[in-house]
Design a protein around this ligand. Structure first.
Ligand SMILES: Cc1cc2nc3c(=O)[nH]c(=O)nc-3n(C[C@H](O)[C@H](O)[C@H](O)COP(=O)(O)OP(=O)(O)OC[C@H]3O[C@@H](n4cnc5c(N)ncnc54)[C@H](O)[C@@H]3O)c2cc1C
Length: 512
């Protein structure tokens, strides 16, 4: 088969066909376009095993597989092929490009340090083959140094960043639909304009016309992902987005209550690019412009999307946050370590701290791979401020368990909660897990869902079972220390210890 000069689009965290930065850029050239995806063994092989045995359970790998399969099915319905591989992209992407006769490879930028290192090696190999590499922005609205202070410095405080971000947005067209080819809605056949520009399956060298590797062949299972009926792939993202649209007006109020369907649940889709951030921002702006009733909710939701860009640019400008505190002086804090800390950490991971709201949040994470934002803040505060355990241990656990795990947002969230980050919660502001619970899960509906062993307690005691009179506990079938743990620490004492722990910073500052 003779090679056809073409443009190869390397899909990564942009697993969709609509409003697609790399595809749009590829379509600007006259050559036909071919799409490819690599199941990256350098990432997959590093994933920890959930339990002993030959198969690694990881919902995220299942999520990616489903999204890739959906793209592949849509392409093949139009006589096209998604080229897929399982291996090291540093070898496979240049190999695909060479086999195809590609003149260039286009991909969306990813600023995580490991991705940057990988991409520079891919670009180097492509260059050695005489193949051009083009990277485009796709994951965020503004990246890297696009939003800077008046003095040309990166922002480290959110509100002025947000104001500058909004100002820049109104002066630019960056949310414009990126693909010139008129992208079809997911689930629909590819539009002729796009289909005509993609390489026909018949034109593909047979070595590249392989089936998508199945999860089991790669040594994975999706855990309970498919049982949970989470909407998957680009069509699933659209479904969730459509469900969220009528709720956006209530977002500001509803988003804080874990028992209420308040947020969009789109984070995993944003993580893997099954939906475009531009599409979401465009919608929030439209609502703000058209509907005064919905605009408060839309404005708050837009702020959350801006937090995402904010933490991405923090990671870009301050890559040290991956292993150290944003503020270097906070690296001197003496976190709680040793056997007791290990036992407490285990209890926290397993949702066995004796604080129902913390346990409910951790159990939601373990059971589903998702945790409500309010609870992420509560459990992170509890680990770092009540148990005095290093935020990095919590960050690692979230990185392992979260479906939407994103290095920049996760690191930003943890350092915010631990008070070690940029624009962080001041260290003396320590969430009280009982009052958080009373405020945000007043009737205990969320707690009852995830901590069934205390479900029969009256609302009054569900937030702090140890305050219930013995008869009430007995009637609810709760035996503290047996059916449900005693609280592992006493909040007020823990608070005092944290203030002491952080006071070292004040002494250091005074000594300067
Ligand atoms: C300790 C901690 C760890 C976190 N780890 C992650 C993570 O690994 N991945 C992740 O996507 N988010 C993380 N967050 C942010 C936030 O909790 C989730 O984005 C949100 O709960 C996802 O649910 P949603 O899609 O329904 O959000 P919505 O409320 O609908 O928000 C819409 C989108 O905005 C973005 N967003 C919302 N809040 C934040 C935020 N504080 N920072 C950055 N982006 C935000 C997300 O992409 C989210 O999908 C973390 C927060 C904390 C406190």
């Amino acid at each position: 088969m003779s090679k056809t000069p073409c443009t190869l689009v390397w899909l990564r965290r942009d697993l969709r066909l609509s409003d697609h930065g790399a595809l749009a850029r590829a379509l600007e050239f006259s050559e036909p376009v071919q799409l490819a995806f690599v199941f990256d063994t350098t990432i997959l092989n590093a994933l920890p095993k959930w339990k002993k045995g030959s198969v690694i359970e990881d919902r995220r790998v299942g999520f990616i597989h489903a999204a890739v399969s959906e793209i592949s099915a849509r392409l093949s319905a139009s006589g096209k092929v998604l080229v897929t591989g399982h291996g090291d992209p540093v070898l496979l992407v240049p190999q695909f490009a060479k086999t195809l006769g590609a003149v260039r490879v286009v991909f969306a930028r990813d600023d995580e340090p490991a991705a940057l290192a990988r991409d520079s090696r891919v670009v180097e190999t492509l260059a050695s083959f005489g193949i051009e590499a083009i990277s485009v922005k796709d994951q965020c609205i503004f990246e890297r140094s696009e939003v800077l202070t008046g003095a040309g410095k990166p922002f480290s405080v959110f509100t002025p960043y947000k104001n500058a971000w909004l100002k820049k947005l109104s002066a630019s067209d960056t949310t414009e639909r990126r693909t010139g080819a008129g992208q079809p809605k997911p689930g629909q056949p590819l539009q002729k304009t796009l289909s005509h520009r993609l390489l026909d399956a018949a034109a593909l060298p047979s070595a590249l016309r392989t089936e998508i590797p199945c999860l089991a062949a790669m040594g994975f299972s999706a855990g309970n992902l498919f049982d949970m009926k989470i909407p998957l792939g680009e069509s699933g993202a659209q479904q969730l987005f459509e469900e969220f649209k009528p709720r956006i007006g209530h977002y500001k109020l509803a988003r804080d209550y874990p028992g209420v369907k308040g947020p969009s649940y789109l984070s995993v889709h944003l993580r893997f690019g099954t939906i475009s951030i531009r599409e979401l921002v465009r919608f929030a702006l439209e609502i703000q412009a058209q509907d005064p009733k919905g605009s408060e909710g839309a404005g708050t939701w837009l702020s959350e999307l801006i937090w995402r860009d904010f933490y991405m640019q923090i990671l870009h400008h301050h890559p040290h946050v991956v292993s150290r505190s944003f503020r270097p002086e906070y690296d001197h804090i003496q976190w709680h370590e040793g056997d007791e800390a290990d036992a407490w950490f285990k209890a926290w991971c397993n949702g066995q701290t004796g604080y129902p709201i913390v346990d409910a949040g951790m159990r939601q994470l373990n059971a589903t791979g998702y945790m409500h934002n309010r609870l992420r803040m509560v459990v992170a505060s509890f680990l770092t401020k009540d148990l005095g355990i290093h935020w990095r241990r919590g960050e690692d656990y979230f990185a392992w368990k979260l479906n939407d795990f994103d290095l920049s947002a996760n690191n930003g969230g943890w350092q915010w909660a631990a008070s070690t980050g940029c624009d962080a919660q001041p260290y003396f502001r320590i969430f009280n897990p009982v009052s958080q619970s009373e405020r945000f899960d007043e009737k205990g509906s969320f707690i009852r869902r995830y901590v069934p062993e205390i479900a029969s307690l009256p609302d009054k005691f569900i937030h702090a079972p140890w305050t219930a009179p013995p008869l009430v506990l007995q009637e609810a079938g709760v035996v503290l220390g047996s059916t449900y743990p005693h609280p592992i620490v006493e909040h007020d004492q823990a608070r005092q210890k944290t203030l002491m722990r952080f006071s070292i910073l004040r002494h250091r500052e005074e000594a300067r």
